[in-house]
Each structure stands twice: as C-alpha cells, then as structure tokens.
Ligand binder design. Structure first.
Ligand code: PBG
Length: 330
C-alpha cells in the first residue's frame, strides 16, 4: 500500500458547491449593506453622475422610491448626502443647520414613508461651504478645529431633530464625537447613534463623490491637514480609541479596499462594530474595469464585499448596495 499522500487534502472540502457553502467562514447578506444616496432639489429629478456611472442624484420623490426599494431588498440603512444648491452655499456653511435643508427634508420624507429603515446622515460642512472644505477656514485657508466642532454640533442636532437614526461625522476634527454625544444627550436623543468616520484618509479615491455633491470645482487645496496620511496605521488606532472613548457606537474606516489592514487591526484591538466605506473611486474603478471588458461586475462586487466581512466588518457602505442585494437573491 502506498503511504498516505498527501496527508491532508484541503481541496476535499472545496470539491462541490454544497461543501463550499457549508465550509464558508463568512457570508454576505443584504443586512450587511448601507446604501449611500445623493439628494438634489426639485421634483421628478434624476441626474446621472458621469464619473459614477449607474449612480444618480435624486429629488425627494426619487429618494423615497429608493428607500422603498432598499426596504424590499432587505437593506437596513441608507446614507444621505446633499447636492446643496449653489446659492445656499456660503463661507460658513450655515445651510448645514437649516431645519429645511435638503438632508432634513429627505430624512423626514424617508421616515414618513418607510419608518423602519435606518437613516444615516453625514456630518461635515463640505456640501454647504463655498470653498468645499469640511470645516470653517481662517484667512490663510486653514480649517479651524474648535470653531468647526461647534458648527458640527449644531448640524448634528439639526439632523437628529429631523429624525436621523445615525449621525456620521466625516469631518475628522478633533474632539467632535464627545461634544456631539453630549449635545444629543442634553436634547434627549439618547438612542440616536454615532457612527464615527474614525479613520478617514486623505485619499485620491473621493473624486467622483466630489462631482456628486458638486464640490470638486470649489475645493481649494486638499484635506491633508485634517484627514489621515495613508502612510499611517498606528494613528488610525489612536483615532478609533479616542472616538470610542468619546462615545461613538461604531467606527468606520474609509476608503475600504486599500485599508483592509486597518479594518482588521481595529476589529482585533477594540472588538467593536466596524464599518467600511467602499468609496466612489473604488466603485468607479470596478465600473471602469467592467466597461473595458476586463472584469465580471457581479463577481467583483460580491468578492470585494465579502473581503470586507472577512477583514472584520459588520457592514459596508457601497454604491453597489441595491445591485449586490439583488445578487444575493433578496
Ligand atoms: C466629505 C465626505 C467625502 C466622502 C464622504 N464624506 C469626501 C471628502 O472627504 O472629500 C467620500 C465618499 C466617497 O468618495 O464615496 N465629508
């Protein structure tokens, strides 16, 4: 008799579909997805975004229709971003605290029509400022920290009053989570969550998003004095530790795929809910590869989303959310 060779055959459990399913260490379901949507003014408006093919800005009626679609697909949460009309953008971004701004109107409309879907609202001033920065700038163009945080607190309360379920600060100012949490508690919003964009990098992958909210042409300079340096990982852990200590319920790493190592380290170190944002540039890369005939969209979408689960994510913000949920057989 020949000696047992090889002693172990790892291919054995891969040999059939049922067995691969049985041995899968991670799974994807529509409940893993958060769908980012861009809100624009008007009625019956759909504006396709050229650099984000397949994604449109929608007026409120379209946003409500997307919310119903998401509910029917089993997607638990939407993330909203406004394309603020240009005449409502200003040096100080005051429109962010207007109770009738696009974000608040969209939040109320969704909560009215689809009460059981989560609404996550982005907190940062960039869609409201004339200079495209996430905060208030001084004469030299520097983004001021503490003055910005005050504005972010007002913006957060404004969103909570409109019915937001999850406040998601994406601005990267220091100390904002603690002050936002305190203000929410003071006003009785004890169950409004905070998902902190804790490790958000100054990334080249945000270009199409800036087209979607019309800030690309406005932005003066870059965001490197507040967003993180892609060279750093330990600093991301410090950011996460601070935001958790200040009261964040969950943390986000952004962008997604180029930062899977950060997701895994955060999950291992803190054992808290971690989310990834598969950002606009990542979506655009997949779509460009598909358009070039270089990739199979469906396989690529599912593989990248599964990679986030494997890295330790509780969920993923992705522009492919509805498509992916359909692929999962929702
Ligand atoms: C800004 C914000 C950005 C994104 C989400 N919130 C862009 C930026 O920081 O300039 C990017 C999301 C994406 O690229 O899909 N507060």
């Amino acid at each position: 008799m020949t000696a047992a060779y090889p002693a172990l055959r790892l291919r054995r459990t891969r040999a059939s579909g049922w067995s691969r399913r049985l041995h899968a260490e991670n799974t994807l379901t529509p409940a893993d997805l958060i769908w980012p949507l861009f809100v624009t003014d008007g009625q019956g408006v759909e504006e396709p975004i050229a650099t984000l093919p397949g994604v449109s800005r929608w007026s409120l009626d379209g946003i409500v229709a997307r919310a119903k679609e998401a509910r029917d697909l089993g997607i638990p949460c939407l993330a909203l971003f406004p394309n603020t009309p240009h005449d409502r953008r200003s040096h100080d971004g005051a429109e962010a605290a207007n109770p009738d701004n696009l974000m608040c109107r969209a939040t109320r409309a969704i909560k009215d029509a689809v009460p059981d879907i989560g609404v996550l609202t982005d907190v940062a001033l960039d869609p409201y400022t004339a200079h495209g920065h996430d905060g208030l700038v001084d004469d030299s163009g520097y983004v001021l920290n503490d003055a910005t945080v005050e504005a972010l607190v007002a913006q957060s309360l404004n969103q909570a009053r409109a019915g937001a379920d999850v406040i998601a600060p994406s601005d990267m100012m220091d100390g904002r989570i603690g002050l936002i949490r305190a203000a929410l508690e003071d006003e009785g919003f004890v169950n409004v969550q905070i998902m902190s964009y804790a490790a958000k990098y100054a990334s080249a992958f945000y270009g199409p998003f800036r087209d979607a909210v019309n800030t690309r042409g406005l932005l003066k300079g870059d965001k490197k004095t507040y967003q993180m340096d892609p060279a750093n990982a330990q600093e991301a852990l410090r950011e996460v530790a601070l935001d958790l200590a200040e009261g964040a319920d969950s943390v986000m790493v952004k962008p997604g795929l180029p930062y899977l190592d950060i997701i895994r380290q955060v999950k291992d170190r803190f054992a808290v809910p971690v989310f990834a944002y598969q950002v606009s540039g990542e979506y655009a890369m997949i779509e460009a590869a598909v358009a070039a005939g270089a990739a199979d969209r469906d396989a690529m979408v599912l593989e990248t989303l599964l990679a986030f689960k494997r890295a330790g994510c509780s969920g993923v913000l992705t522009y492919h959310a509805a498509h992916a949920a359909r692929l999962m057989g929702a």
